[in-house]
Design a binder for this molecule. Structure first.
Ligand code: PRX
Length: 584
């Protein structure tokens, strides 16, 4: 069956609610980003700052008393903040940073759970002209160390339990000058280390007005580390001007309207959690829910019911877990406020799109983008029929292509490299400290996404797979090299190769092949110990779910591990060209 033979879903749920879609995608003829730029507010000095666009422009205007943030804590706590209050908290945090000597372009990192203070600190960093670096709170010490050292971060904002988790690496962070501890509601009974700063004490001393540093649209605002096939994760750096595309796609792809209650389930440690868990809703002046708790089907439905969520942006693994929990569970909740649901991060299987229709009354709208693209590039819009399994059509002002290895466009229906014409507004502007890697992503007049895809006769794009060895587990990209490096630090491990193994829920799970050093015998106990070792170093999501012991790893003559061969053997697929295989 070819992609375009999938049945389209003609009637997205918007009919139910009498809301005109923000974008009539199939009838966009002329488009100019300048029109969108003029919808931004800009700084009085002519500059552009994401914090001004997301917070201050509303706090200074008619939305001052509108709720910006509804926070539900993991213990059921509730806090609401208006745009006016958000301005005050973020102004205070910018003053805290200034009092610590933070200058334009300095890196300030966040290693926290989804607490309101994370959001205040984030925008305070931007107001101070610094670059925010959010870290996923499930990370172990190694990923935090790599990112903090590479970025040369001067300040780390964290919480007591996470501070303890990474205590061992702190002495290695030579650029780090201050640690600010957020002990939310005194949740942690241990006293704050005397060399650290107490967030609340510092905020108590800080003036509640701050004049935003006059950053330009080209200044850096955020960096998110992302994994590739080789080497350590690279810090993709974004500019303040990304705000325009985050604002526009909030309207077009998520169909945000003035009165929506929006919920993005992504963590701000990943790009979806900042571009769409902060920027898109707030630049549009929309109220959003932040839920600190983790995944549980009933708890998630309850959030929608309790907070009357209207627009919900989530991820395929979560949707598959909801499907697994059963169709009875959503029936126990009133989900009638929902009017638009979308998904990103991994392929959304057609069954999941259709399941949405039967279980929650509307299909999921898949969209596609990357850390590097900064914002949604391709989407199923409220105005269009969905083709289940497709990522939809490019947003206005963005040109996507499918090219062969000579960068020639291939005809509709043919698989090729998914590429983007450079210079869309939210395009990343570098990998920190790695300009050669950055430059290598641009070839033949295109930005190479690393994905394979095809486009059908009607202009819908269909994801085919990755063109590299990067593993996508539950929507998180994992570089095999990172896991292999952690594995070989275990004394029993001589060499290691890591692949993504298909999984019905997480799409892929990390699987390792390990050759042991002399003197070690394979055993279940050793396997578990190695798994635990990597889990503690990296994080649970990244550590191998399976380990196979093998006598030696297949390598090329130049000594590179042939992960493709490991994968082909694991899946029982043809081994392909193995002429480069090293003879034992
Ligand atoms: O392989 C694609 C997959 O996730 C990659 C981007 O991951 P990351 O940089 O972590 O960005 C996450 C924010 C979206 C892509 O190169 N991916 C993303 N969306 C989709 C997808 N794969 C299939 N379908 C999608 N809708």
């Amino acid at each position: 069956m070819t992609a375009s033979t999938f049945k389209t879903i003609e009637k997205p749920a918007i009919d139910k609610f009498d809301v005109t879609p923000n974008l009539d995608r199939d009838n966009v003829r002329e488009f100019d980003w300048q029109d969108l730029y003029s919808e931004l507010d800009w700084l009085p000095g002519g500059g552009l700052n994401k914090a001004h666009e997301a917070i201050d422009r509303h706090a200074n205007g008619s939305k001052r008393d509108k709720i910006a943030l509804i926070w539900e804590g993991k213990n059921g706590e509730r806090e609401d903040y208006t745009f006016g209050q958000m301005k005050e908290e973020t102004d205070k945090f910018a003053n805290v940073l200034k009092s610590l000597g933070i200058e334009t372009g300095d890196r300030v990192f966040l290693f926290m759970d989804r607490l309101p203070e994370l959001y205040f600190a984030f925008f305070g960093i931007l107001k101070a002209g610094a670059i925010a670096g959010p870290l996923f709170s499930a990370f172990g010490p190694d990923p935090v160390k790599d990112r903090m050292i590479d970025s040369g971060a001067k300040v780390l904002v964290t919480q007591p339990d996470l501070r303890r988790k990474i205590a061992g690496i702190i002495p290695e962070l030579f650029d780090l000058q201050h640690i600010i501890i957020v002990n939310k509601d005194g949740r942690d009974p241990a006293p704050i280390d005397t060399q650290d700063l107490d967030y609340y004490a510092e905020m108590g001393k800080a003036p509640s007005e701050f004049s935003i540093v006059n950053t330009s649209q080209y200044d850096y605002s955020i960096m998110h580390y992302t994994s590739g096939t080789t080497g350590k994760p690279k810090g993709a750096v974004h500019r303040h001007q990304a705000a325009v595309q985050q604002y526009a796609t909030g309207k077009w792809a998520l169909d945000l309207h003035e009165d929506d209650i929006y919920w993005c389930t992504a963590d701000p440690g990943w790009v979806t959690g900042t571009s769409y868990g902060m920027m898109a809703p707030w630049t549009n002046g929309v109220t959003q829910l932040i839920y600190e708790g983790g995944f549980r089907a009933s708890a998630w439905y309850e959030q929608i019911q309790k907070h009357k969520v209207t627009v919900w942006y989530t991820a395929p693994t979560a949707i598959r877990m909801l499907m697994k929990a059963g169709d009875d569970v959503p029936k126990r909740y009133d989900l009638s406020t929902l009017r638009f649901t979308a998904s990103v991060g991994e392929p959304l299987n057609p069954e999941a799109v259709v399941w949405g229709e039967s279980a929650i009354g509307m299909p999921f709208h898949d969209n596609w983008w990357q850390t590097e693209t900064g914002a949604i590039m391709c989407a199923n819009y409220a105005s269009m029929a969905i083709k289940p399994g497709s990522m939809g059509k490019p947003i206005p002002g963005v040109e996507l292509g499918i090219v062969d290895d000579n960068f020639e466009q291939v005809p509709a229906g043919v698989d090729g490299n998914l590429v983007v014409r450079p210079n869309w507004p939210s395009m990343f502007h570098g990998y920190w400290n790695n300009s050669s890697m950055y430059n290598s992503r641009f070839k033949g007049g295109w930005y190479m996404t690393g994905d394979n895809a095809r486009v059908d006769e009607e202009g819908y794009f269909w994801f085919v797979g990755r063109s590299d060895d990067v593993i996508n587990t539950a929507g998180h990209l994992v570089g095999p090299f990172e896991v292999e490096s952690a594995l070989i630090e275990h004394p029993a491990v001589a060499e290691a190769g890591v692949i993504g193994k298909p999984d019905p829920i997480a799409m892929e799970v990390v699987k390792a092949f390990v050759a042991l050093n002399d003197g070690y015998e394979e055993s279940t106990q050793l396997r578990n110990e190695i798994m635990r070792f990597v889990r503690e170093k990296l994080s649970t999501g990244v550590a191998p779910r399976e380990i196979d012991f093998i006598p030696s790893l297949p390598k090329t003559r130049s000594g590179k591990i042939m992960r493709r061969l490991l994968k082909a053997r694991e899946l029982g697929l043809p081994e392909g060209d193995i002429s480069g295989l090293e003879e034992d």
